[in-house]
Structures are given as C-alpha cells and as structure tokens.
Write a protein that binds this ligand. Sequence first.
Ligand SMILES: [Zn+2]
Length: 147
Amino acid sequence: MTESVAASRNITLRCPLCLTLNRLDLAAAGRPVCGKCERPILVDRPIRVEGEDLDRVVADAEVPVLVDFYADWCGPCKMMAPVLDEIARERAGEIIVAKLDTDRSPDVARRFEIQGVPTLIVFREGQPVARQTGALARPAIEAMLES
Ligand SMILES: [Zn+2]
C-alpha cells in the first residue's frame, strides 16, 4: 500500500553570513532562514558555492541544481548572468541555481573537466544529467533542467 507524503525539497546550503551549513526544505512555508544566525538564506537568486561545498550541495539535494561554472573575466558569463538571475527568481523553491568561480575553485573545475566558461551542469540526485559549454538563452537552459 502506498501513502502520499508531502514531498520535501531539502537542500544543504552554507549561510553566506555566518558560514554555517544548513539543511533547508524549499517546500516549507516562508523564507528559509539560517538555523544559527537566523538571517534569511536567499534561494531566489544564484548562490555562490566554493570548493568542496559544491559536492555537499549537489550530493543530497532533492531539487535539481543548475551550476554555472564561470569566471569574472568572461564576457559570455556576464551576458548570461541576468538569465540565470531570472530563472533563479522565477523557479525559486523548485530548483537551485549555483555559481562556482572557476578561478577561486580551480580544483573543482579540473575535477569536472571544465574546458571553457561558462559551462552549465545540471545535477540530479548528485549526478550530472546535462552539460553545456557556452552562453545559452533561457529556453536552452530550461531544456537542460528537464533532463
Ligand atoms: Zn547564518
């Protein structure tokens, strides 16, 4: 016999202010706040992730995580940034958009074999399920999220 359970959408994110790792349920009512400093964790915009935090975020995320591997000097990355802001805002609670600065986290970039920026990777249940290099328009990014 099956029973329907209210689906949780848990994700682990680091509070950008006090740096505590938080397990948040994006399906819960209200804005997620940090369990330690109680300040809001803004999940309606791209979240900066560094180093091995990326592994923690994607490993047990119950929502798709779209990661933008970018660099500050990269023109196409800047061009695509407003699109990612828009997706993060409009799909808040359903997905997480994360940004990883490949210059600040070169080991991670190497591990994911990032050859050029921007590279977008969609992770589901810890696994990369879609990957594209180069700036994309919103429909192409949405298509990746359906993977
Ligand atoms: Zn905090």
